[in-house]
Design a protein. Structure first.
Lengths: 723, 396
């Protein structure tokens, strides 16, 4: 920006004018924040207010706007002035709606926000999207040709994205194509049908935009989305293709039934798995493998290993419905046969409930809850199934001609990284152990995300699911893959900062090759050379700023977010000392709240919407992620005389809610180092605390904050105050 | 493992339950709502959930489960069932099968329970009574002169109506030896078959011993308590959805009790005191006559209310099976033909009175003779089951 012209606009609407003395606020903006043009308006977001701003931009050449009105999370369309730097101080939420107008600390609070954002706007620059020198690929790679992969490939191709579909087997379809019949996928959800994946195979084969590679596997992936060089081995030949983004639909394998010792798999040929039952049905004859007789009684053991901490701790989603389906195979093969379905709980997702009702209404399909304790071959060729805690009695025995073990789904990622990434942090997805090997994530509401940007998981590899859901999953992941390509081309970030055109821009001359950024980046976005010099793969980056928080040299900056910008904001605070206060009054505390803008900041807005009170001695400052918290801010703040710092981040651990997966956890890790530093300085470690806050915790926030302030008050004022 | 029970599902039994109207049993998914909403179900091992499961698996032992008789089919469970499994109706079907199981010969019970055989069942007493009339010389293929002398209006059709100004039913069937000779054996046949059934049932209950308890107290004392409970319908009145049914049923029961008293009294007079009918209504007022009228009134009103409430509740509680309706129509027929016979007699119309009386006898015969096979057998099986439940401390 060649010449920066600043203006501050103070809104009096929504109750701000009644709580804050606007004339004093204007003075602070002019004299302290040094903004030459300051205007007040009764309702800044009204057409007149916006027109006033537009006139200033046109006539006065204003291009840096400090808007002191409502939260930046609202009215962003109204206060969008292209080509201008906009900073917004949320006076409405943080002051007008959460403070007592009579309290003497209310006005200083509003004034501090003007100082902070006045300091910030001086240092913020307009972002320029990152441009790669090489041309980016728009090809989508789909790994896996099962229901999810086929559906993803088809959807992407029909939206004019070139697709390469890699299938390791000799034919498409995955397990879906191995089925005799499938559970219903359409109304009235009562009739067995042809596996829907068969139609998808035909569609994909007829789709010119999809290049299918059978007997193929990915052996290497290097680079970054848009510039991802993928080596595919097909029938012994290797081929390298540059890819834009990836849908990982590598699917699942059935659990190894031989591990289920109590069910005696292998002890009798008549104890089979669901998959073997399916093969048998596909051959057209349900018969006992031992003697070829059509069975009169078949027992289905559901949860054969699933929901068992010793085997698979999770539910496999499809086994209840598919066992009911196979019970109907038995009934169709022999109208006098009884199919006994022994379940832990019947779990029938979605509309399949109707199929459950239908199957149950067959007189020969008999169901009971049961904890099957053992299957043993008995004399006379029958199999004895012992069960406890059944609805039919506490200890019961069933006799059957055949036993079908409904074994569960194991994601292929449990044993194989599949992706074969040449990334600094390893070949596969991190965190798989949190999800029993599934390529799932805790990205709330964003199911296909992984911690490898531009790579989206779908279908059975992501979660245990049936064919219909896998197909929906494929579409979802394909949409994300398309978004990844388009955003990479535009130089924009992806979820959760999908609008963001800034990117980390390190000053490499000052790098000490400490490798903290390459190790800590939650998305493995930073590779390094042999010496350990990091190089940023911008298309893998989510712009959380974790590297910025990690960097001891503070060399990593974004155009509108840097260690210096935040430092300047907290140094701009007016910290009253004893000299400023009349004798009989206590010096008010000055406490900084560093707030994650994904969950904790919206929670503060919710506090305001509910008109709850926030402590007036705390100044809140949003961070992209707690992962960007740099320890230098602590010394900046305490040297300024601030009495305490409260950090509000997301829940971390196995059930994390961090939008950047590791941010709040890394922040907590850094805090452990912090207490040592504070102790050395002679400051109490209680002065800096991290709290885990969910977006729904707004009702608890005022108390959390008040309790923290009380604790700091007990510790006493910062001894460096006024120095 | 000790104490293991072998579960042997019986598909044919399931199919029989389904065919008898228990098709909704298969819909049950064992959520246990029924047990919770039932006011009659005990806290320990409540019903009807477990009976629903046994029905689904075709476990015949369900018929030895006295709990099926503790249900008065008030339909609270049916109304609240989230799956439309209608546990109340399924228990009704199981009770029917229980009657069938213990009736001797059970083939007759099967016939009674099947609408296809209804004409044959009605034809049986008609033929029997017509044959009896033929033997008595009251009926013939040719026109015949009769005791009274005058030629009857129906004579050309082969049926003779007794002549005389006054209509005296005993002219058609002399009470002492014509009516009683058929009905007394029929009654004792029913009592015998029911008694046999109850004995077998009691034995099975003790053998199956579903709750694994020792029976408490003596039969006689407990039976008195149970009968008291039945007389006042204490348990029946705990039902919510079809509360009115208890009252209707009570009216009917008292109708039957009064008529039973009247019949025994009449029987006593005829056979012991040799005091023949007619019993006078107005002067001198014969209490027996009044009791008979009261009983008839209660019976007709009660059965009418039952009929009506079944229609009203059909949507929530279910319409009921053939087995249910058979008894309702039979009792209605008994009451109506009885009342009409009296009415036509007072009207002085022999052409109406005598055939109606004939029909009345047919219906009475059906009621008596088929009692061990129709729903009326619930009288003894329910009492037995309630006695067993009471003695095994099932909460009442």
């Amino acid at each position: 920006m060649e010449e920066r012209k600043y203006a501050a606009y103070l809104c009096k609407g929504c109750g701000i004018g009644e709580v804050v003395k606007m004339a004093d606020l204007s003075k602070v903006a002019t004299r302290e924040a040094k903004i030459p043009l300051v205007k007040e308006h009764d309702c800044l977001c009204s057409p007149e207010g916006l027109e006033m701003i537009r006139q200033d931009i046109a006539n006065e050449g204003v291009n840096c706007l400090l808007i002191a009105a409502c939260s930046p999370r609202v009215k962003f369309e109204e206060f969008d002035f292209p080509g201008c730097i906009i900073e917004r101080a949320g006076l409405r939420e943080l002051v007008a709606w959460t403070q007592d107008p009579e309290h003497k600390e209310t006005q200083p609070l509003a004034e501090d926000y003007i100082r902070m954002y006045g300091a910030k706007i001086k240092k913020t620059d307009l972002p320029e999207p990152f441009k790669h020198e090489e041309e980016q690929s728009k090809i989508i790679l789909v790994i896996g040709g099962g229901a999810a992969g086929l559906s993803a490939a088809l959807f992407a191709a029909r939206n004019n994205y070139e697709v390469i579909l890699v299938e390791k087997e000799a034919q498409l379809g995955g397990y879906g194509a191995k089925l005799h019949r499938a559970t219903p996928t359409s109304y009235p959800y009562t009739q067995l049908q042809e596996p829907p994946v068969l139609a998808k195979i035909k569609e994909v084969e007829a789709e010119p935009g999809v290049r299918v590679l059978l007997n193929s596997q990915v052996t290497k992936m290097e680079g970054q989305p848009g510039l991802l060089d993928v080596t595919i081995s097909s029938n012994g030949n290797e081929e390298s293709i540059r890819i834009g983004s990836v849908v990982m639909a590598a699917g699942w394998k059935p659990y190894d039934a031989t591990k289920l010792e109590k069910f005696s798999y292998g002890a009798s040929p008549d104890i089979i798995t669901s998959l073997e039952m399916e093969e048998m049905a596909k051959k057209g004859r349900i018969a006992r493998p031992s003697d070829g007789k059509v069975p009169n009684t078949v027992a289905f053991v559901l949860c054969a290993g699933q929901r068992d901490p010793e085997h698979l701790p999770y539910c496999s989603d499809i086994c209840c419905a598919s066992s009911l389906k196979q019970a109907l195979y038995v009934r169709q093969a022999n109208p006098d046969a009884a199919a006994m379905v022994l379940y832990k709980d019947i779990r029938i997702p979605g509309q399949l409930e109707l199929f459950y009702k239908e199957a149950q209404s067959d007189p020969g399909v008999m169901l009971t809850k049961a904890e099957v304790t053992g299957v043993t071959p008995a004399p006379g060729g029958v199999l004895r199934i012992a069960a406890k805690d059944t609805l039919l009695g506490e200890n019961v025995v069933f006799e059957a001609d055949m036993v079908v073990l409904a074994t569960g789904m194991v994601p292929v990622t449990a044993e194989d990284p599949v992706l074969q990434l040449e990334y600094r942090q390893g070949p596969g997805l991190p965190d798989l152990d949190l999800f029993n090997g599934f390529a799932d994530s805790n990205f709330i509401c964003f199911p296909y995300e992984t911690r490898r940007t531009g790579i989206y998981a779908a279908g059975g590899v992501r979660q245990a699911m049936g064919m219909a859901m896998a197909m929906d999953d494929g579409v979802g992941a394909a949409l994300k893959a398309i978004q990844a390509i388009d955003h990479d081309l535009a130089g924009m970030a992806l979820h959760p900062r999908a609008w963001d055109e800034t990117f980390p821009d390190p000053i490499m001359q000052r790098c000490t090759q400490c490798k903290r950024c390459t190790e800590e980046c939650p998305f493995g976005a930073i590779d390094e050379d042999e010496k350990g010099t990091p190089f940023f793969r911008i298309n893998r980056c989510r712009r959380c700023g974790t590297c910025m928080g990690a960097c001891p040299e503070r060399i990593i900056n974004f155009k509108d977010f840097s260690v210096d910008i935040i430092g300047s904001m907290l140094k701009s605070l007016d910290v009253p000392t004893e000299d400023d206060i009349e004798d009989d009054e206590e010096v008010p505390m000055r406490i900084l709240g560093l707030v994650c803008e994904n969950d904790a900041y919206p929670a503060l807005d919710a506090v305001a919407l509910h008109k709850l009170n926030l402590n007036p001695q705390v100044r809140f400052l949003p961070l992209r992620c707690m992962g960007s918290f740099n320890l230098v801010w602590v010394s900046d703040a305490f040297s300024r005389g601030v009495d305490g710092m409260i950090l509000l981040g997301c829940k971390y651990g196995d059930d994390y809610q961090c939008h950047f997966a590791k941010g709040s956890e890394l922040c907590a890790y850094r805090m452990t180092k912090l207490s040592e530093t504070l102790d050395k300085l002679g400051l109490e470690s209680d002065r800096v605390q991290l709290y885990q806050v969910a977006i729904s915790d707004f009702d608890k926030l005022p108390k959390i904050i008040d309790d923290f302030v009380k604790r700091v008050e007990e510790v006493g004022p910062n001894p460096f105050k006024g120095m | 493992m000790a104490g293991e029970t072998l579960i042997k599902p019986d598909l044919q039994f399931v199919k029989r339950i389904v065919a008898a109207g228990g098709d909704t049993a298969k819909k049950c998914y064992q959520c246990d709502t029924c047990d919770v909403v039932c006011n009659l179900s005990p806290d320990e091992r409540p019903f009807p959930r477990k009976e629903m499961l046994m029905a689904q698996w075709g476990l015949k032992d369900v018929l030895k489960d006295p709990d099926i008789w503790l249900c008065h089919q008030c339909s609270d469970c049916t109304v609240h069932c989230p799956r439309g499994a209608r546990p109340g109706e399924v228990l009704g079907v199981l009770r029917q099968m229980c009657i069938e199981q213990y009736a001797f010969p059970s083939i007759l019970a099967r016939l009674v329970g099947d609408i296809k055989f209804l004409p044959a069942l009605i034809a049986m007493p008609v033929v029997l009574l017509l044959g009896w009339l033929y033997v008595l010389g009251m009926i013939g293929l040719k026109v015949k002169e009769h005791v009274g002398g005058a030629v009857n209006t129906f004579a050309h059709k082969g049926i003779a109506i007794p002549a005389g100004e006054k209509i005296v039913f005993s002219k058609l069937f002399p009470t002492l030896w014509a009516v009683d000779l058929i009905f007394v054996p029929a009654f004792f046949f029913a009592v015998g078959v029911l008694g046999l059934g109850v004995m077998r049932y009691w034995k099975d209950l003790n053998e199956a011993n579903p709750w694994k308890v020792k029976l408490q107290g003596g039969c006689a004392g407990n039976l008195i308590a149970v009968v008291k409970d039945i007389l006042w319908h204490n348990r029946f009145r705990e039902c919510t959805t079809t509360f009115g049914r208890a009252l209707n049923h009570l009216l009917l029961v008292f109708g039957f009790i009064f008529l039973g008293i009247v019949t025994s009294w009449g029987f006593l007079r005829e056979w012991v005191i040799h005091f023949d009918s007619p019993y006078t209504l107005l002067w001198p007022p014969d209490p027996l006559k009044w009791l008979a009228l009261l009983g008839t009134g209660l019976l007709i009103f009660g059965i009418y209310r039952i009929y009506q409430s079944r229609l009203e509740n059909a949507e929530t509680a279910g319409y009921g099976s053939y087995f249910d309706w058979q008894l309702i129509y039979l009792i209605a027929a008994v009451g109506l033909t009885g009342a009409l016979s009296w009415f036509f007699r007072l009207l002085g119309s022999p052409t109406l009175a005598y055939p109606t009386y004939f029909l009345h006898l047919v219906t009475i015969f059906c009621l008596f003779f088929f009692a061990p096979y129709t729903k009326i057998a619930h009288l003894v099986y329910r009492t037995t089951a309630m006695l067993y439940a009471r003695m095994s401390d099932r909460g009442f």
